[in-house]
Design a protein around this ligand. Structure first.
Ligand code: ATP
Length: 309
């Protein structure tokens, strides 16, 4: 388990993390989501014991990160932002060094090195200096180092940052697999990642928690949930035809995708009912589809304070 209790961090006059509390249980993947400078990395560094809180406490598997730092660090795998240091080392030398620092010896050392090298598919780059590796491989080396001692809790700061779509997919699969019997806290800017890997999401901005919910609960806050969208040549005629239809609260023509969105009032709008009404009034259309909601809209509303979270 990972716990934060009223964590607070000041940098001079700036309060970077302002009274943040949460608990992550084994089997859960909590996604820390927020705009740049929200305080995500600072919170993670405090949990990982890299930064002392100005106030509050953090625990990893019951061990207070300040009063029992060794036990807390043993229970935690931490992937910091960016690439691993020691860029002149090869992945094999770096992972061997991490094993030594962790006190993993003998057969266990060989076994754990083989396990993480295999899991992160590092066989082809084992002897190349880390500095010369692609971003994707650097990230994989960092992940291998984080899980080398097989910790029950993981803190991953933007684990898929800089990866190409295939690598993102692979790393997300790995995180889901690791999370089965572990506690995972990860940060991300990528909204699709929240749906892909997180069982819960916490939205932070200016150091404060603004929402803590499952991805489905966040989607339910989207005004697009239960809407239908369609492509029409004559938007004015389509709106006129649908205006006053029971269960329709309004329309929006999206400048980006060119689609007409028909918003619900209460229950989801029925695509069949919309199609029938347009047919009766002779309005041509295509691509009619139900909408499941948009996390980007919810995120923007919550973090900019446009609406009550
Ligand atoms: N060592 C430091 N000294 C002074 N201010 C700092 C320091 N580290 C971070 N900050 C500030 O604290 C705030 C929170 O930074 P933090 O890196 O935790 O945000 P973040 O949510 O991780 O952002 P990003 O998504 O860009 O990584 C920012 O305003 C940042 O400029």
């Amino acid at each position: 388990m990972i716990e934060a209790n009223a964590l607070l961090k000041r940098y001079g006059r700036l309060v970077a993390v302002d009274d943040i509390s949460f608990k992550v249980e084994p089997g859960e993947v909590l996604g820390f989501l927020g705009p740049n400078g929200a305080g995500k990395s600072t919170t993670m560094k405090m949990i990982a014991g890299f930064l002392a809180p100005s106030a509050g406490t953090a625990r990893v598997c019951g061990h207070d990160v300040q009063s029992a730092p060794m036990q807390a660090r043993r229970a935690l795998g931490y992937l910091p932002e960016g690439a691993p240091g020691y860029g002149e080392m090869s992945p094999l030398a770096f992972l061997g060094f991490v094993a030594d620092v962790r006190g993993i010896k003998g057969a266990a050392r060989r076994g754990r090195l083989d396990a993480v090298i295999g899991r992160l598919a590092l066989q082809g780059v084992l002897h190349q200096p880390i500095d010369t590796l692609s971003k994707g491989f650097k990230r994989r080396v960092g992940l291998a180092a984080a899980i080398l001692h097989d910790p029950p809790a993981l803190v991953l700061d933007e684990p898929t940052d800089g990866l190409d779509p295939n690598q993102k997919h692979e790393v997300r699969g790995l995180i889901r697999e690791l999370a089965r019997d572990r506690t995972v806290l990860l940060s991300t800017h990528i909204l699709e990642e929240v749906e892909a890997v997180c069982s819960r999401a916490m939205i932070v901005a200016r150091g404060k928690v603004l929402a803590d919910a499952t991805p489905a609960e966040l989607l339910a806050r989207s005004r697009y949930q239960g809407a239908v969208s369609l492509v029409v040549a004559d938007s004015i005629a389509a709106r006129a035809a649908l205006d006053g239809m029971p269960g329709v609260s309004g329309f929006h023509q999206d400048a980006d995708d060119g689609r007409l969105y028909v918003f619900p009032q209460g229950r989801p709008v029925s695509p069949e009912a919309v199609a029938e009404r347009l047919r009766q009034r002779g309005v041509e259309h295509s691509g009619l589809q139900p909408e499941r909601g948009r996390l980007d809209e919810v995120f923007r509303r919550i973090t900019t304070g446009e609406a009550q979270a």
